[in-house]
Every structure is written in structure tokens, then in C-alpha cells.
Design a protein around this ligand. Structure first.
Ligand code: AMP
Ligand code: MN
Ligand code: MN
Ligand code: MN
Length: 278
């Protein structure tokens, strides 16, 4: 059970991925994935196509979503797995989360224009597959295209993170609401890539304590954005809090993502995989 090739976090053009849901499915299957979740940001719109493509390829499919959450000044990402994409509370909740994205993107365009980078909002839109889901990734791709920075990582580091000129503060869902929507829709809640948040150990512990209180089930122990140290650290966290463990590439696209679909490390053998409950 624990050594199946599960990949429970990935993106398509329905959010900020580079491939359509069916193409993500094909790539996952080609890489040997047998249990795959599509988890677009704040969106369920790719799940029908993803499920159909997975079925045709003989791959088990998990309906997923990655919800943007505000935690104080920080943004956290909470993945919901095994959710019912037709559940009204989840559908409505995600509509409310998406509603702020276009205004935020226009604000980012204005902020970049103020430092002399014009046309970034219109430019980012060229990369957008879903007008309801403009993301910083789309700005990053446009700013690479125009030579403002060498690669997507450089754009984020120099322009799109807090303290940099293109960053715009934004209010996402609350942690309480995100978990309530996931649970109402019959899903399991997973803290995405805990090693990525710029929080002290103590501050991150507060997240885990609250997440546990709210009935959160799992954390990504293995993630495309975790190195070896982070995996070991979050394996300890999973044991300490009794969290199920997830394994996730967080794949966005060929060349852009360091870890391909199904190619993340295996979970430490003693942990209980989240897919034992899916
Ligand atoms: P948004 O939801 O619009 O804030 O965009 C968040 C997305 O930006 C994440 O899901 C990643 O795909 C991407 N991202 C965030 N930080 C970085 C980074 N440092 N390097 C590359 N991509 C990043
Ligand atoms: Mn993303
Ligand atoms: Mn994320
Ligand atoms: Mn993601």
C-alpha cells in the first residue's frame, strides 16, 4: 500500500499548470503513477477531464483542490483530497476565493508599472488558461518572456514575494473555512508543502496545532519543494501529531517543475499514507 506510485498534488491549465488536465494525466501514467490527484488552485474545473483521462489510462483518480488560505500575514496552501466536486459549500467557497484574483492581478500590474514594467497584467493574461484564475505564475512567465528576469524563480525572488515591488497583499480563505469546505465535501485536508512557508518552527507548530484541532488529517511529508532535510523533519511532525502522510510532486509543467509527476521520493516506510483513507 505504501509503495504504490501515488502523486497527490499537481496542476493543469485550469490554474497555473502548463498542461491541460488530460495531458497531465497522460504524463502521470507514462511516469508510472497509479494513483493521481489533480489539485488546481482554488478550482474544480479540471476534475471531469482529469477523471475521464485517468480512467482511459487505467489510473486511479482522486478529485483534489489546493485552497489558498490566509494565516495572519502568511499564505498557506491546504489540499483537499477525495472531495465531491459538486458539493455546494465547497463550490461556493471556492467561487468566493477566486473572486479576488482578478483585482489582485490588476493591482500587481499597477505595482509593476510603478517601477517601469508596463503591460504586465495584459501580458500575464496571455498565459492564463482560465480567466478566473490569474496567478503570480502567469506574471512570472510573462516577465521571463520579456527578459525582466532569467527564469521564473528569479522573477519571484525579485518581484513577486512580500517586500518586492510586484507583491500585492491579499486576503484568501480562512483556515477554518477551508477545512470546513473540504470536510463538508467528504474530503481529507492536507497541509501542502509545509517546508515552503517562511515561518519559524514555533510558528509552524501553531499551524499544525490549529489544523489538528480543526480535524485536519494529513501533511505533505514528501513534496517537490522539500529537500531531504524537510522530508525528515515533516516525517517527525506527522508522527508527533498523528497526521497521515502525503506524497506529492506539485508538478506545474515540464522544465518549470524540478520534480516530475510520480518522481518524488518514497514516503518513509513507517508513516501511514493518506491514500490508505482514499
Ligand atoms: P498565487 O496563488 O497567485 O499567489 O501563486 C502561487 C503560485 O506561484 C504557487 O502555487 C507556485 O506555483 C508559484 N510560486 C510561488 N512561489 C514561487 C517561487 N519562489 N518560485 C516559483 N514559483 C513560485
Ligand atoms: Mn502553483
Ligand atoms: Mn502550493
Ligand atoms: Mn500546488
Amino acid at each position: 500500500m505504501s509503495n504504490i506510485n501515488a502523486d497527490l498534488h499537481s496542476h493543469s491549465t485550469v490554474s497555473d499548470g502548463l498542461l491541460a488536465p488530460a495531458a497531465v494525466a497522460a504524463r502521470a501514467a507514462a511516469n508510472g503513477v497509479t494513483l493521481w490527484a489533480l489539485t488546481d488552485h482554488d478550482e474544480l474545473g479540471g476534475l471531469t477531464e482529469g477523471r475521464q483521462a485517468a480512467k482511459a489510462l487505467g489510473m486511479r483518480f482522486v478529485d483534489g483542490v489546493e485552497i489558498s488560505v490566509s494565516w495572519g500575514a502568511q499564505t498557506l496552501h491546504i489540499v483537499g483530497l477525495g472531495i465531491d466536486p459538486a458539493h455546494q459549500a465547497l463550490v461556493d467557497g471556492l467561487i468566493s476565493v477566486r473572486a479576488g484574483r482578478d483585482g489582485r492581478a490588476r493591482g500587481m500590474g499597477d505595482a509593476l508599472a510603478a517601477i517601469g514594467i508596463r503591460g504586465a497584467y495584459a501580458g500575464a493574461l496571455k498565459y492564463v488558461g482560465n480567466p478566473a484564475l490569474v496567478s503570480r505564475s502567469h506574471f512570472a512567465r510573462y516577465l521571463v518572456e520579456t527578459g525582466v528576469a532569467r527564469d521564473v524563480k528569479q522573477v519571484f525572488d525579485h518581484y513577486l514575494v512580500r517586500g518586492k515591488p510586484g507583491f500585492v497583499e491579499h486576503q484568501w480563505a480562512s483556515l477554518d473555512d477551508a477545512l470546513a469546505w473540504i470536510h463538508a465535501a467528504g474530503g481529507l485536508a492536507v497541509v501542502a508543502h509545509p517546508g515552503r512557508y517562511r515561518l519559524s518552527k514555533a510558528a509552524l507548530d501553531e499551524v499544525f496545532v490549529r489544523f489538528k484541532e480543526l480535524g485536519g488529517e494529513a501533511i505533505e511529508v514528501v513534496s517537490g519543494s522539500h529537500g531531504r532535510e524537510a522530508t525528515l523533519e515533516f516525517a517527525r511532525v506527522a508522527r508527533r501529531y498523528g497526521f497521515l502522510a502525503s506524497r506529492a510532486s506539485d508538478f506545474h509543467g515540464p522544465r518549470e517543475s524540478a520534480v516530475d509527476l510520480g518522481r518524488a521520493d518514497a514516503l518513509p516506510a513507517d508513516l501511514i499514507p493518506v491514500w490508505s483513507r482514499l
